[in-house]
Each structure stands twice: as C-alpha cells, then as structure tokens.
Design a protein around this ligand. Structure first.
Ligand SMILES: NC(=O)c1ccc[n+]([C@@H]2O[C@H](COP(=O)([O-])OP(=O)(O)OC[C@H]3O[C@@H](n4cnc5c(N)ncnc54)[C@H](OP(=O)(O)O)[C@@H]3O)[C@@H](O)[C@H]2O)c1
Length: 219
C-alpha cells in the first residue's frame, strides 16, 4: 500500500504547528509541516525533532500561485495525491494596527479567502478517496455573518450560492472597503470576520459538491 500523506499549511507556528505535532503522534503516514519561509519552517521541523517527532518539510506560500502549483506537483508525483489537507494558514491584523482599513481588507481577504481558495482549487483534485480536507475558519465568521445586511445573509446562507457568486461577494467587500462604502453595501467593518464568513461558506459549497458527486457515484 502506498504511503499516506497529511499536509498542514502555515504550520511553522501557532495552531498549525500544534496540528502537525498531533498528526506526527497519531497519523499513520508522512506528515508535512509547510511554511512560506523556508528558514522558519525548518526551525519548526527541528523543534519537533528535538521532541522526537518526525515531520517532513515543503515550502508553501499560499499567496504565491507558483508555490501552490509546485507543491501540488510534488505531492502528486511523490504520493499520487493527498490524504489529509489542513488549510490553516491565515492572517489577522491586530486591533491597534493603524494600516488603512482598505489595505487591511485587501490583504486579509487575499490570504484567508482568495489564496485558501487557490489551495482548494489545486489540491481538491488530488484528494484521495476517503481523504479529508479541513479549512480552519473561525466562530468570528458566523458572528460577522449575523452583522451583514439581510440580503447578504440570505445569499451566504442559501443552499444555491455558487463558488463564483461567493468570489464576487468577497470582491465586492474589498471594493466597498476601498470606496468607503461598507455600510451602503450591507457589510460590517471587519476584514477578518468577513474573510472567515467567506471561508465557511466556501467550505459548505465544496462539501455540498462532494456529497453530490458521491451520490452520483454510488447512485
Ligand atoms: N488564534 C485563534 O484564537 C484563532 C481562532 C480561530 C481561528 N483561528 C485561525 O487559525 C489559523 C491559525 O491561527 P494562529 O492563531 O495559529 O495564527 P498564527 O500563530 O499567526 O500562525 C499563522 C500561520 O499562518 C502562516 N501564514 C500566513 N500567511 C501565509 C501564507 N501566505 N502562506 C503560508 N503560510 C502563511 C504564518 O506564517 P509566518 O510565520 O510566515 O507568518 C503562520 O505559520 C488561522 O487561519 C486563524 O484565522 C485562530
């Protein structure tokens, strides 16, 4: 039987590193710690090794499409696909950060929504039968959803929202932030929260799609 493989994005520190640590103890296969910065990633692999845990390393910057495609090609070639993918990489500006909100909106949505979607676009086709994909969202996403206009809530909560419509809505948020028209568009003033509303909605769209495909396959 071929070796199983688990991958965690943004796992040189924080929750991602904790997930890698747990997988090293429990997962029957190769566990990949990935990081956008090779030095920080290798340091984290070393710190696990000093605790007797063996993680492998792959550079992966989810904001860099070339890095995503190189990683996807590597896992396809070496393992014939992926068994477990944890999309953990994410960013949040500190409350005290004085970066203009429009910039915070663009940068936060880029990583937490658009780049995570790029990961899913390139890695979902590699997920093996019985594999698992975990997208690390946040309760802040549902709290933010409750603060959106009724019209937006209706779309986010609807069962017929498509990936394309969702991408359009996330872009509308960024555009509204740039024009100073969040309120007019029905958006609350939180970039992190909106990015996680988007990620949770995307996860639900993909879950529906997977279960439809499974029904088609099994009848
Ligand atoms: N902490 C919480 O209370 C909490 C609650 C709910 C959900 N979450 C979610 O849990 C996830 C992890 O959070 P955390 O608290 O562990 O954050 P963290 O300590 O700041 O770690 C974030 C990780 O993501 C990486 N990262 C950021 N941008 C990346 C990119 N473009 N490509 C690859 N990696 C990237 C960071 O790498 P660098 O070291 O290179 O920056 C770091 O390894 C996030 O998605 C967050 O939104 C956190």
């Amino acid at each position: 039987m071929s070796t199983k493989v688990a991958i965690v994005t943004g796992s040189n520190k924080g929750i991602g590193l904790a997930i890698v640590r747990a997988l090293c103890k429990e997962f029957q296969g190769d566990v990949y710690l990935t990081a956008r910065d090779v030095g920080r990633g290798q340091e984290a692999v070393k710190s696990l090794a000093s605790d007797g845990l063996k993680a492998m390393f792959q550079q992966l910057d989810i904001n860099d499409i070339n890095s995503i495609t190189a990683a996807a090609a590597y896992f396809k070639e070496k393992y014939g696909g992926v068994d477990v993918l944890v999309n953990n990489a994410g960013i949040a500006f500190k409350e005290a950060d004085t970066t203009p909100f429009a910039v915070q909106a663009e940068v936060t949505l880029k990583t937490n929504f658009f780049a995570t979607r790029d990961m899913l676009t390139h890695f979902m086709p590699l997920i093996k039968a019985g594999g698992r994909v975990v997208n690390v969202s946040s309760f802040v996403g549902s709290r933010t959803l409750n603060k959106c206009s009724a019209a937006l809530q209706q779309r986010f909560r609807s069962e017929d929202i498509t990936e394309e419509e969702l991408v359009g809505l996330m872009q509308q948020f960024v555009d509204a932030a740039k024009k100073g028209e969040l309120q007019k568009g029905g958006w609350p003033e939180t970039a992190y929260g909106t990015s996680k509303t988007g990620l949770t909605t995307l996860s639900m769209i993909l879950a529906r799609r997977s279960s439809e495909r499974e029904t088609e396959r099994t009848g």
